[in-house]
Write a protein that binds this ligand. Structure first.
Ligand SMILES: Cc1ncc(COP(=O)(O)O)c(C=O)c1O
Length: 454
């Protein structure tokens, strides 16, 4: 599978650790980071990047890494994709900002048109463009509230929807994301997601009959009536929560529940969207049409760009001037997005192949490595949940930290996830070559085999 033929330069082939990491230059920059950047603005790895190509990253000390993180799922088309880079410089030479509300431009419309065409379901749709995932989530909630004239929202445990006030309120992880930040939006009703490895009801799928769905329905009598609830917001696969892949009938059941009780269904496709799971949007796996959908991350091909796409009547509910953004749908980001969408379309089969490979090798690892409690994923997103004891499922948080650090030392970038910080998350660019995928996964296997539960 020649995934990125011609995109890698010879000098950057495979991991190459020349000094560290962290090497002297990265250490120097880290000192500056500590001096100038607020402590709360976290950094997980001790290396500073100099350049990236395809699925490879070179740091400022000349170390080369295989990137299984994609800048948290942003580089589905790979680092420095030549056509995206070209589109960026071409547009920047024409104009780099105009503000769509002042002097609109065609690129904005073309991106919206492409997203509407790609969005699942037959209902006519409209879109707006924004900057970040959190902003897309905020706007989807505003639109849902305006349309429904209701204000409560159902969200899930382990969910992550961003770090602005509303998005933080919808998100689940308390430490370090929410603690200390004071009052949050208080009309969020939170329910267990279908996290079958750690079922909140102590049951096993499918014998459970999806108790998690029934529990939501029961709550309408005891907690909050559906007449007060505007929408349910859910990730089709929870990303930050630890790559939690729910049974397909959970998502379909959720959609039906929304229809039955007059709630809008908002799909947060920010991490799962744009080809990550092998389809343009993960909702396609479940055959469901969301009422509203938030997308961001890989949309801008590495530049900040986000969107809300939704059913036309719902999107058109807010009055003229009720929605907007100075930078939303920036023209350079739109030019990049049009090329990124083309590239991703062509990479969809790779996402499936990457998924087959990672799931197979992950499951083999689970057989032999006692630290691995659960392996789950779809397409090019994989979660490996580490536990100290398979019986008690005690989270192996420290071991996860050490594994990520050790991978970095050996030339592999992987991400942490999970409400308990004990999941290794893999989100390689869909443009990764077969060789690099194999090489990177072998590093991870080696590292995990070498770590014994504390
Ligand atoms: C599912 C999901 N929603 C929302 C967000 C927030 O996106 P952003 O960081 O661009 O605000 C993220 C970011 O990781 C995410 O994974």
């Amino acid at each position: 599978m020649p995934l990125t033929e011609g995109m890698e330069v010879e000098a950057l082939k495979g991991p190459k650790i020349v000094s560290g990491p962290p090497g002297p230059r990265s250490r120097e920059l880290m000192e500056l980071k500590d001096r100038f950047i607020a402590k709360g603005y976290y950094v997980n790895l001790p290396i500073f990047i100099k350049r990236g190509i395809g699925a490879l990253v070179e740091d400022v000390d000349g170390n080369v890494y295989i990137d299984f993180g994609s800048g948290i799922g942003v580089l589905n088309a790979g680092h420095s994709h030549p056509e995206i880079t070209e589109a960026i410089s071409e547009q920047a030479r024409m104009f780099s900002h105009a503000c769509f509300h002042v002097t609109p431009y065609e690129g904005f419309l073309r991106v919206a048109e492409r997203l509407i065409r790609a969005a699942p379901g037959p209902t006519p749709k409209k879109a707006i463009l924004l900057n970040s995932g959190a902003e897309a989530v905020e706007n989807s909630i505003k639109i849902a509230a305006y349309y429904s004239k209701k204000s409560s929202i159902i969200a899930f445990e382990n969910a992550f929807h961003g770090r602005t006030y509303m998005a933080m309120s919808l998100s689940s992880k308390v430490k370090p994301n929410k603690i200390g930040f004071g009052l949050a939006f208080d009309k969020v009703e939170r329910f267990p997601y279908a996290y079958c490895y750690r079922c909140a009801f102590g049951q096993a799928y499918p014998d459970c009959g999806l108790r998690c769905l029934g529990y939501i329905e029961d709550s309408f009598a005891s907690r909050r009536a559906p007449e007060e609830i505007a929408a349910v917001i859910a990730e089709p696969i929870q990303g930050e929560g630890g790559i939690i892949v729910p049974p397909e009938d959970f998502m379909r059941g959720l959609r039906r529940l929304c229809d039955r009780y007059g709630l809008l269904f908002i799909a947060d496709e920010i991490q799962t969207g744009l080809g990550r799971t092998g389809r343009m949007f993960a909702c396609e796996h479940y055959g469901i049409e969301p009422d509203l959908m938030a997308v961001a991350k890989s949309l801008g091909g590495g530049l900040p760009l986000a969107a809300v796409i939704g059913k036309r009547d719902i999107m058109d509910a807010p009055h003229a001037g009720g929605l907007g953004s100075t930078f939303g749908g920036n023209p350079v980001a739109c030019a990049a997005a049009l090329r990124a969408l083309d590239a991703i379309q062509g990479l969809l089969p790779n996402a499936e192949r990457i998924g087959d490979f990672m799931l197979r090798r992950g499951r083999e690892l689970e057989e032999e490595c006692e630290l691995v409690g659960d392996v789950r994923g779809k397409g090019a997103m994989l979660g490996i949940e580490l536990v100290r004891d398979r019986g008690t499922k005690e989270p192996a948080k420290e071991e996860t930290r050490r594994a990520i650090e050790e991978c970095c030392k050996r030339g592999l970038i992987v991400l942490k996830a999970g409400i308990r910080d004990n999941v290794i998350r893999l989100l390689p660019p869909l443009a990764i070559t077969e060789d690099l995928l194999e090489e990177g996964f072998s590093i991870l296997e080696d590292v995990l085999r070498g770590i014994k539960p504390i």
